[in-house]
Design a protein around this ligand. Structure first.
Ligand code: SAM
Ligand code: SF4
Length: 332
């Protein structure tokens, strides 16, 4: 019998699974990780490729069609192309993407491409090497730029850039990044700073808001038009420049929450299912995988996780409680 679609109690259909493959990272973005003393999960707690592929296969049997690999920094996970091959081979997977800081991309891009990966989101907040260092506490700007060049030359596409929007810091970067994207056919996605940092420094006053960024872009480059036929369940509100050259998107969890259209569930690298980036609770699936559970039991756990999903996060309310894990540990 065909599986019923993965609907939550608010009628949202879930067809998108984000998979974190590691909590480790080779840089230390201040809005995600502490500068030092990070305690990573022991290797044996991390799901194997076989375990990840099994959860993905079961989720796909329930209507999941899109997969995204993330972390931590996913390119730190040894042999990642092997996982990509396993995932692309699952009948029913329509789309697989990777979110990366691109420090290791120029070395790995060819193998990733060969394994079937095409869609990339590269995390880059600035084209200024000093500010890159200030944000990431690592001097890897040139490696990231080389990674983007390699990916473009190999024919990856679409490539998008994720830029985290922190107020009183990246205002000088908003326009240069958009120009960079316009020249290369790369969409820049500005992500409002979210309360998921490891050190609890988030404050609403530190968020550079979508409307302010639109003002900066339209003043410097030209008017932006909302894209009419965009996928209503995509998290970004997308715009194109009125001159027809280039697009930008905004992931505005703070100023324009998109929870009502959410279609995503998450699998952490240590095998927990989450119905929201901001969820306080999570469901264990690793115990099932390692305890000889059947696919039906895993299916029931995925369905139960989706059924428990809340209507949305409460960032803008006094009631908001930040999740116990920071971004790198959940998988952004
Ligand atoms: N290491 C990879 C990377 O940086 O792209 C993948 C994992 S990272 C957690 C995923 C995305 O989360 C990044 O692209 C970054 O844009 C975003 N991010 C991290 N911390 C954030 C925060 N506090 N607020 C908003 N976005 C954040
Ligand atoms: Fe690493 Fe990505 Fe977090 Fe930056 S945002 S510290 S690159 S996991």
């Amino acid at each position: 019998m065909a599986e019923a679609p993965l609907l939550d109690t608010f009628g949202r259909l879930h067809d998108n699974l984000r998979i974190s493959v590691t909590d480790r990272c080779n840089i230390r973005c201040f809005y995600c990780m502490p500068e030092d003393g990070v305690k990573f999960m022991p290797r044996q707690e991390i799901l194997s490729f076989e375990e990840i592929a099994r959860v993905a296969r079961v989720a796909v049997s329930m209507g999941v069609r899109k997969l995204r690999l993330t972390g931590g920094e996913p390119l730190l996970r040894k042999d990642l192309p092997v996982l990509i091959e396993k995932l692309t081979a699952i009948p029913g997977v329509e789309d697989i993407a990777l979110t990366t800081n691109a420090v290791l991309l120029s070395d790995q891009a060819a193998d990733l491409y060969k394994a079937g990966l095409r869609r990339l989101n590269v995390h880059l907040d600035t084209l200024d090497r000093d500010r890159f260092f200030q944000i990431t506490r690592r001097d890897d700007f040139n490696k990231v730029m080389a990674g983007i060049d390699t990916a473009l030359s190999l024919g990856f596409g679409p490539i998008k850039i994720n830029a985290v929007a922190v107020k009183n810091l990246v205002e000088p970067d908003i326009v240069p990044l958009a120009r960079f994207g316009r020249e290369r056919g790369i969409e820049i996605r500005y992500i409002e700073f979210m309360p998921l940092d490891a050190q609890g420094i988030w404050d609403k006053a530190k968020v550079l808001l979508q409307d302010d960024m639109i003002r900066l872009l339209s003043t410097a480059i030209g008017p932006l038009e909302e894209i009419p036929d965009r996928d209503p369940r995509a998290p970004a509100s997308e715009y194109r420049f009125a001159d027809g050259v280039g697009r930008v998107g905004f992931i505005s969890s703070v100023s324009h929450p998109f929870c009502l259209n959410c279609n995503r569930i998450r699998l952490t690298s240590d095998g927990k299912l989450r119905y929201c980036l901001f969820a306080i609770e999570e469901t264990d699936v690793k115990g099932l995988l390692r305890g000889n559970a059947s696919d039906d039991e895993i299916r029931a756990t995925i369905r139960e996780t989706v059924t428990r999903k809340w209507i949305g996060h409460e960032i803008n309310s006094q009631k908001f409680v930040a999740p116990p894990r920071p971004m790198y540990s959940i998988g952004g």
